[in-house]
Write a protein that binds this ligand. Structure first.
Ligand SMILES: NC(=O)c1ccc[n+]([C@@H]2O[C@H](COP(=O)([O-])OP(=O)(O)OC[C@H]3O[C@@H](n4cnc5c(N)ncnc54)[C@H](OP(=O)(O)O)[C@@H]3O)[C@@H](O)[C@H]2O)c1
Length: 242
């Protein structure tokens, strides 16, 4: 039995988002699942008739988001949970400064999240309840040389979510910042990690954390490791070439 009756998942067509929808529906939650690729969304809807509603959507089309949000809430007859999982990680070389790639990461990882979660913030503040979950990343904890804008987009998203938490807790609304480490999904295909979570395990941990008014590392050891990493002075961090 799910903690949530009605949910929106943005970025539901693959990886973590797909699993979140599947597990929510298995637990009896009604879900509106959004992304650009229709086929996987229809697959989720067909496997959970009456519970999963597919909605094709490109988060870059921010003008359409207020109407899409209302449409989703009307379809569900209300809203208890929203999860923003859409994300892009472009691989960039150490000497590459490609504005097109950077812009897409900023727009999907930050702008789309702000456009969707602002809608939820207003609705939840008005109704005096609700849970917001944003999928960030441990990558946002430091400015590493390998992925400047992916790192920066996640750091920006984390700070936005912290501000939402500080605004909304007085309205009985929770905001959970999820910081996954490596997860085995299409985003990380071809990368090798010694200990990546499966998308199933990541989604299970995210749903367990949803409703906590906090920043949550999916792997508890990361909470300690990244606290240490954040405390390393910049000149030393630079020499570590992490
Ligand atoms: N995998 C990891 O190791 C890892 C680690 C830390 C954090 N994360 C974060 O976890 C989240 C989910 O990532 P994932 O690993 O599950 O990756 P994924 O399998 O590549 O899924 C990314 C999702 O984002 C959606 N998306 C991308 N561009 C979009 C757009 N313009 N409009 C709407 N949706 C869009 C994709 O849907 P469409 O392409 O169909 O639109 C897809 O559903 C991301 O925020 C990612 O940064 C992942």
């Amino acid at each position: 039995m799910s903690k949530f009756r009605r949910a929106i998942v943005v970025g539901a067509s693959s990886g973590i988002g797909y699993e979140l929808v599947r597990q929510l529906a298995e637990a009896g939650t009604q879900v509106v699942a959004l992304a650009r690729r229709e086929a996987p969304l229809q697959e989720l809807a067909a496997s959970h008739p009456g519970l999963v509603h597919a909605m094709v959507h490109d988060v870059l089309d921010t003008d359409s988001i207020p109407a899409k949000f209302i449409q989703a809430c009307d379809l569900l007859g209300g809203l208890d949970l929203i999860i923003y999982s859409s994300g892009v990680l472009h691989r960039v070389e150490r000497d590459e400064y490609d504005f097109q790639k950077d812009q897409e990461m900023l727009r999907v990882n930050v702008e789309g999240g702000v456009a969707w979660l602002n809608q939820a913030a207003m609705r939840f503040a008005g109704q005096g309840s609700g849970c917001i979950v944003g999928i960030g990343s441990v990558a946002g904890d430091r400015g590493r040389a390998n992925a400047p804008i992916y790192n920066a987009s996640k750091a920006c998203f984390h700070t936005y979510l912290e501000s939402l938490r500080n605004r909304l807790s007085q309205h009985n609304v929770t905001v959970t910042t999820i910081k996954p480490g490596p997860v085995d999904t299409p985003m990380t295909a071809g990368m090798s990690f010694s200990k990546a979570l499966t998308a199933e395990d990541a989604a299970r941990r995210i749903l367990r954390a949803a409703g906590r008014n906090a920043e949550v590392y999916l792997v508890p050891l990361h909470a300690v490791a990244f606290r240490v990493l954040r405390a390393i002075p910049s000149p030393i961090f630079r020499r570590l070439k992490l």
